[in-house]
Ligand binder design. Structure first.
Ligand code: 13P
Length: 253
């Protein structure tokens, strides 16, 4: 059965000292709270990956994710980080398709498909983010829009490849706004995405894909969200920068 996952996306926050302090606090508070079938994933800025990794090496339920990867293999791409580089330091997960990357760095579904391919080819599991804007939710077929994000970036994969993907549904209107989607709103989308996966890959594959919810997840909102049948955990932004809040969210899972 699919994994329960709580991931913390630090985005562009924290100095090295702060990053180390946050990690050791989280590890100390949460290490005995993580159930056997669950996984905690920390997504620090790339500069800190190897340092943060040392704090979780003996903890099988903890993993580290990069926040981005290049769609190119190597070469003259100043400032970029390749899948080969991430693989060479033992990184197992990478965020792909976050709405901030789609919006500020013009990453479209086709480019994201390339990033998915290059990550899988190097043994790195994409945490593939998708989600609609407020305008899309109010005026368009918002479920169809998000399903299409999956179709265009993931549905070329084999069944075996797809089983290495984690999906994170993050409605843009809920990110950093304090406006969490209700458990009903999130469950509706998660069930629709799982059905969409089942329509292409079959129910058994769909039942094995973890679909996380992201967007203003807090210690207060996590328990109800995580009880919904198709919500397999969370991708947490703001609240993961405080060890106590993040630990409470881990416990909610
Ligand atoms: P917030 O939890 O701050 O809304 O951020 C969510 C997010 O973007 C995680 O990737």
């Amino acid at each position: 059965m699919r994994k329960k996952i709580v991931a913390g996306n630090w985005k562009m926050n924290k100095t090295m000292d702060e990053a180390v302090a946050l990690t050791s606090e989280i590890v100390n508070m949460a290490k005995d709270e993580v159930r056997n079938d669950a996984q905690v994933i920390l997504c620090p800025p790339a500069l800190y990956l190897t340092t943060i990794q040392k704090y979780i090496t003996d903890l099988p339920n903890f993993a580290i994710a990069a926040q981005n990867v290049s769609d190119k293999l190597s070469g003259a791409y100043t400032g970029e980080i390749s899948a080969v580089m991430l693989q060479s330091i033992g990184i197992k997960y990478v965020l792909i398709g976050h709405s901030e990357r789609r919006q500020y760095f013009n990453e479209d579904n086709a480019l994201l498909a390339e990033k998915v391919n290059i990550s899988l080819a190097h043994g790195i599991s994409p945490i593939f983010c998708c989600g609609e804007s407020l305008n899309q939710r109010q005026n368009e077929d918002y479920i169809g829009f998000v399903k299409n994000q999956l179709t265009e970036s993931l549905f070329h994969l084999s069944e075996e490849q797809l089983l290495n993907i984690v999906i994170a549904y993050e409605p843009i209107w809920a990110i950093g706004t304090g406006m969490t989607a209700s458990a009903e709103q999130a469950q509706e989308m998660h069930a629709a995405l799982r059905a969409h996966i089942a329509s292409k890959y079959g129910q058994e594959v769909a039942d094995n894909i973890s679909i996380l919810y992201g967007g203003s997840v807090s210690a207060a909102s996590a328990p109800e969200l995580f009880q919904a049948p198709d919500i397999d955990g969370g991708l947490v932004g703001g609240a993961c920068l405080k060890s106590r809040d993040f630990t409470e969210i881990i416990k909610a899972r």
